[in-house]
Ligand binder design. Structure first.
Ligand SMILES: C[S@@+](CC[C@H](N)C(=O)[O-])C[C@H]1O[C@@H](n2cnc3c(N)ncnc32)[C@H](O)[C@@H]1O
Length: 243
C-alpha cells in the first residue's frame, strides 16, 4: 500500500538481509512493531509474522483486507467531493464511515501516501486516476497479507518478547512526523537496547547512536519538501543493535 516512508522500493535490498537473519538463526517469529503499509513484511517468510502499528485506522484497513481480499467496500470512483466528505467525517467524528473505509480513501486517494493531510491526489496532466491506480496496487498486495497477524498497539507492548526477530521502521528522527504521534527517541533507543538482550533487533534510520552497528546503507533521493518537487539526498541505513 502506498504509505509515507514506505519501504517498497528498498525491499529488494532489505528483505534478503532480514531473511538471512531469520533463516540462519532459526527464527520462528518475525515482528514489525511499526508496520505502516506492510510493504516489507509482506515479502518476508517466517512461521509467524506479526505486524503492529499505533495507527488504528491503518490496522482496521489491513485486517479488513484479510477478511475481504477483493476490497468490496471500495467505490469504483473517488471524486474530490467524496474524498472531502470522508475527510470531514473523520475530522468531526460523525461516524458515517467505518475506520477501514476512512483509511482506504485516505491512503488511496490522498497525494503521495500522506493520508488526509496530503490533500486529494490529482494527476497534473489529468489523464490518470490516482485513486484507481492505488486501489489496483493494494488489491495486488492483499494475498501477501493473509498470513500476517495485525495488531493495533504501541511498540512498547512488545517488551516481554523473546527469541524473535524485530524489524523497526520508525518515523525517522528530524523528518516530518506522522499526524497522531511523536516518538521520544532516547526512550526508543533504550527500549531497543533492552529488547536486543533476548531478540535480534534491526532498525532502519538515517542515524542511530554509536552502539548500533550499521550493516547496510544506500544513498537515495527523498521527496519531502512541501513544493513536492525538490529532491534531497539521504543515506538509508539498516542497523543492528548488539548487546
Ligand atoms: C515509516 S512508517 C513504516 C512504513 C512501513 N515500513 C512500510 O513500508 O510501509 C512508520 C510507522 O510507525 C508508526 N508508529 C509511530 N509511532 C509508533 C508507536 N509508538 N508504536 C507503534 N507504531 C508507531 C506510524 O504509525 C507509521 O505507520
Amino acid at each position: 500500500m502506498v504509505y509515507q516512508g514506505s519501504k517498497n522500493r528498498l525491499a529488494k535490498f532489505l528483505v534478503p538481509i532480514i531473511q538471512k537473519y531469520i533463516d540462519d538463526n532459526n527464527i520462528t517469529t518475525y515482528i514489525e512493531p511499526m508496520v505502516g503499509g506492510a510493504n516489507l513484511i509482506d515479502k518476508i517468510k517466517c512461521d509467524k509474522k506479526i505486524g503492529a502499528d499505533i495507527n488504528e485506522e491503518l490496522i482496521a484497513l489491513l485486517k479488513y483486507a484479510q477478511s475481504d481480499n477483493d476490497l468490496s467496500i471500495a467505490p469504483d470512483v473517488c471524486t474530490f467531493e467524496h474524498y472531502a466528505n470522508v475527510r470531514e467525517d473523520r475530522k468531526l467524528g460523525t461516524h458515517k464511515y467505518s475506520k477501514e473505509y476512512i483509511a482506504l480513501i485516505g491512503y488511496c486517494a490522498s497525494y503521495g501516501g500522506r493520508y488526509f493531510d496530503g490533500g486529494y491526489g490529482r494527476d497534473s496532466k489529468g489523464g490518470r486516476s490516482i485513486y484507481n491506480e492505488r486501489l489496483k496496487n493494494f488489491r495486488t498486495q492483499i494475498p501477501d497479507l493473509n498470513d500476517i497477524e495485525f495488531r493495533c498497539c504501541d511498540y512498547k507492548d512488545f517488551a516481554d518478547y523473546k527469541n524473535c526477530l524485530f524489524y523497526f521502521d520508525p518515523p525517522y528522527r528530524n523528518t516530518k512526523q506522522y499526524s497522531k504521534q511523536s516518538i521520544d527517541y532516547d526512550e526508543f533507543y533504550d527500549f531497543l537496547r533492552k529488547l536486543s538482550e533476548n531478540n535480534i533487533v534491526l532498525v532502519s534510520e538515517y542515524n542511530m547512536p554509536d552502539d548500533f552497528k550499521c550493516i547496510w546503507q544506500k544513498e537515495r533521493k527523498v521527496l519531502q519538501k512541501s513544493d513536492r518537487v525538490t529532491g534531497e539526498k539521504a543515506v538509508e541505513k539498516l542497523f543492528e543493535i548488539r548487546e
